[in-house]
Design a protein around this ligand. Structure first.
Ligand code: 9MR
Length: 379
């Protein structure tokens, strides 16, 4: 009996290793390996969704089954003036996803940043009244969501509304409408496409203050019967932040409210941060310093190894909780596409993504594939 169990165990281990290797060499891809775990997505820029960046398009098609618009659906791009929408790039993005049978994610309906300048103010630059802002939000959300009704799987409805300490971010939306702008945005989105999934998305989600505030916000929405399907944890992480245990705590806390978890904007920076407290605050900006750009010509072996291990650790965490997670999305295709090269300091060379500057998969891709395949085999 005991011998039979040992043989079975040995066979399982041998099989899972060789299976993983064969698969990886055979050109297995992230999306095949993760098929029964969660969607594996990537943000695409307009050169990619228009097909111009041919090499990146190949990587996207082979490895990812979901896409999100990196910039083309932000209000300043898609709705630059009150009576002017600019749908060209967003239309192209949605068609790209459809022609490749991908789950298409809209990003983002209400965000204080990259906000169209007209949105919250009148002609003299003064804040509009609550009634006017509600109407503008409703028009904006309804027009965009209806245009892509039935084609977009889910929307980041509100982006980055909470601060590290759990306070509401003092945006124009908040100034004019208070906390209520959030439920209103979800309500308008739901009315425009009742079948679309709706998400709240934010960065530095492992911060205890933000964690608590987001849990409270989701619970309030649910108590009021307002649809919210998932919390998006952006995942702009570094080599020493956040602690994986704190990230996991937040995953479990959000899942505890009854919504799903999505890792929406994953990238792992390896270059020094001029100020570790800026999270992913887009407005942060520091003057270029050569010593802050230590790896312009490639990563030293030991740094690359440490990066691989940490990225792999995060994927192991995601695989451990795959029943809570519906999607993991990388914020960019290959390293040269990443916003990290220019934020919060312009002109640096970072290595935050799964594919290198030659569009080749990094060693971690194989490790993720093996880990996913290992979990798949059970006797
Ligand atoms: O990657 C995006 C970059 O190209 C834009 O310049 C920037 C401002 O619109 O936004 C970046 O994406 C952000 C995302 O929309 C929301 N979370 C933080 C991301 C990184 O700043």
């Amino acid at each position: 009996m005991k011998l039979k169990r040992i043989i079975l165990l040995l066979l399982t281990v041998m099989f899972s290793f060789s299976y993983g290797e064969v698969f990886a060499k055979d050109g297995n891809s992230l999306k095949k390996a993760l098929k029964n775990k969660f969607l594996i997505g990537v943000s695409v820029n307009t050169r990619q969704s228009s097909g111009k960046d041919v090499a990146a398009v190949e990587v996207v098609k082979k490895n990812f089954n979901s896409i999100v618009a990196e910039n083309c659906m932000k209000s300043s791009v898609i709705h630059p003036k009150e009576n002017k929408y600019n749908f060209t790039q967003a239309d192209e993005f949605v068609s790209f996803g459809e022609s490749n049978q991908m789950a298409i994610i809209g990003h983002c309906l209400i965000w204080h940043s990259q906000l169209a300048p007209w949105f919250c103010v009148d002609k003299n630059g003064n804040n509009v009244s609550p009634e006017v802002l509600k109407k503008r939000m409703k028009d904006h959300i309804t027009t965009i969501v209806k245009r892509y009704k039935g084609r977009i799987k889910g929307w980041d409805v509100v982006n980055e509304a909470i601060e590290d300490n759990g306070a509401y971010r003092k945006t124009k939306f908040y100034e004019i409408l208070g906390e209520e702008y959030i439920p209103l945005a979800f309500q308008y989105a739901h009315e425009a496409d009742p079948n679309a999934e709706l998400y709240y998305n934010d960065y530095s989600m492992a911060q205890p203050g933000r964690r608590e505030a987001v849990v409270k916000m989701v619970n309030d929405l649910k108590r009021r019967g307002i649809r919210i399907d998932a919390v998006g944890m952006q995942g702009h992480i570094g080599m020493d932040y956040p602690k994986i245990s704190e990230f996991e705590k937040s995953m479990l806390a959000f899942a505890g409210t009854g919504v799903k978890i999505m890792i929406t904007e994953l990238d792992l920076t390896v270059i020094p941060s001029p100020n570790p407290n800026v999270g992913a605050e887009v407005s942060a900006s520091f003057e270029y310093k050569k010593e802050m750009n230590p790896y312009p010509d490639g990563l030293p072996e030991e740094v690359s190894k440490a990066w691989t291990e940490r990225m792999n650790d995060f994927f192991r965490l995601f695989l451990k909780h795959h029943n809570l997670i519906t999607r993991v999305t990388l914020w960019g295709v290959a390293d040269q596409n990443s916003w990290r090269n220019d934020w919060p300091m312009r002109g640096r060379t970072d290595y935050p993504l799964l594919f290198d500057r030659n569009y080749q998969p990094k060693p971690v891709v194989d490790l993720i594939i093996k880990e996913a395949e290992k979990n798949k085999i059970s006797f």
